[in-house]
Design a protein around this ligand. Structure first.
Ligand code: ZN
Length: 362
């Protein structure tokens, strides 16, 4: 079938008429209603994250099932769905219930080669790669039964739900699935973009006693307060490590690094008390630090977390139910853009004016 899709090649992205192939036995054809835009899409656009190209961007899709493959039994035409990250379902970590640590994650989501991207998209004779087993910045995408989440509640605005598939799930899930703080615990979140603010919301849901948000932008700190931060730190005006230690009487139990700025990782390490845990979710680069002095005598744990260690089919419906109960107001992060406004959405995301753009398709 013919679709319109945002295809990236040579660091340029444009809306083009492309062709989608037939659905395979375990696949679904999804008409996209809204697709979130994430920094990972820009990483692929600029090839900081190498993928085959050309490639259709978008990995936070929400839409309506239009067709199901011959072996699909748990979805039907008309179902509302969110399409999340892809995983193989066969490796040790997938079988152990941690699909976000799938041993084939990179190939399944970014495609090491055009073949591994399992392309379902073509531009005439030319193959086009697929991102995260979807490529949702398009009028339609093909997903599979593993990475597609059915949304039973059709009352919620479907266009809002795409970002739950990656960015928002990453922030909230790092708190709720990985760190699992207790109610008396103190947590500090560095970086209040959409992932960090989702972590603040997650910490509020977890009933953390002390929730500290650190950023260099006052407007983001204001939002953090709205989402449940008990304290905020403007790292441009005060030393965040000293402030966290003073607020928590010696250090937080948990820190999340969501800014992606390498030196902030060290601030996160120094902000937690002995036995504390530092979760890294921001895409930072090189950092030089003394492993013994920073981690060993204080028994600190540092861990990388992908996709909030979520099982999307369980976690995304739960986030929606908390949203409906007024306890997870993630919609405040989102601004909607029309189908032809991707350039504007990218500009607004890069300038920080919009935390989480959603492109609506019609
Ligand atoms: Zn796997």
């Amino acid at each position: 079938m013919n679709i319109k899709a945002y295809v990236a090649e040579d660091e340029q992205v444009q809306l083009k008429d492309l062709q989608l192939k037939d659905v395979g036995p375990d696949e679904l054809l999804v008409r996209i209603v809204g697709s979130g835009l994430c920094h990972t899409d820009l990483g692929v656009l600029h090839q900081d994250t190498p993928t085959p190209t050309p490639i259709v961007l978008g990995h936070e899709g929400a839409g309506i099932v239009e067709q199901t493959g011959s072996a699909v039994t748990d979805f039907e035409e008309g179902d509302h769905v969110v399409v999340s990250f892809n995983y193989c379902g066969k490796c040790e970590n997938c079988l152990n219930g941690v699909p976000s640590a799938c041993e084939n994650f990179f190939a399944a989501n970014f495609g090491v080669s055009m073949e591994e991207s399992d392309s379902k998209i073509a531009d005439g004779e030319e193959k086009v790669a697929r991102l995260f087993g979807q490529s949702s910045l398009a009028t339609h995408c093909i997903s599979n039964v593993r990475n597609t989440v059915k949304i039973e509640d059709k009352d919620v605005d479907l266009a809002l739900l795409g970002p739950l598939a990656c960015g928002i799930q990453t922030g909230a899930g790092t708190v709720l699935n990985k760190l699992k703080p207790g109610i008396g615990d103190a947590i500090v979140i560095f970086g209040c973009g959409s992932v960090g603010l989702s972590a603040v919301m997650g910490a509020k849901l977890a009933n953390c006693k002390t929730i500290i948000a650190a950023d260099v932008h006052e407007n983001r700190l204001e939002m953090a307060k709205e989402f449940g931060a008990t304290h905020v730190i403007n790292s441009k005006e005060e030393d965040p490590v000293e402030s966290v230690k003073s607020i928590t009487n010696g250090g937080a139990h948990f820190a999340i690094e969501a800014s992606g700025v390498s030196p902030v990782v060290l601030q996160a390490i120094r902000s937690v008390r002995p036995l504390g845990t530092i979760a890294l979710v921001g895409v930072a680069g090189n950092l030089d630090f003394h492993i013994h002095d920073e981690l060993i005598p204080t028994n600190k744990t540092m861990v990388g977390v992908v996709e909030g260690q979520a099982i999307p089919k369980l976690f995304i419906p739960e986030l929606i139910s908390q949203y409906k109960a007024g306890k997870f107001p993630f919609d405040k992060l989102i601004k909607k853009y029309d189908m032809d406004e991707l350039d504007k959405a990218i500009e607004d995301m890069e300038s920080g004016e919009t935390l989480k753009p959603v492109i609506e398709f019609s």
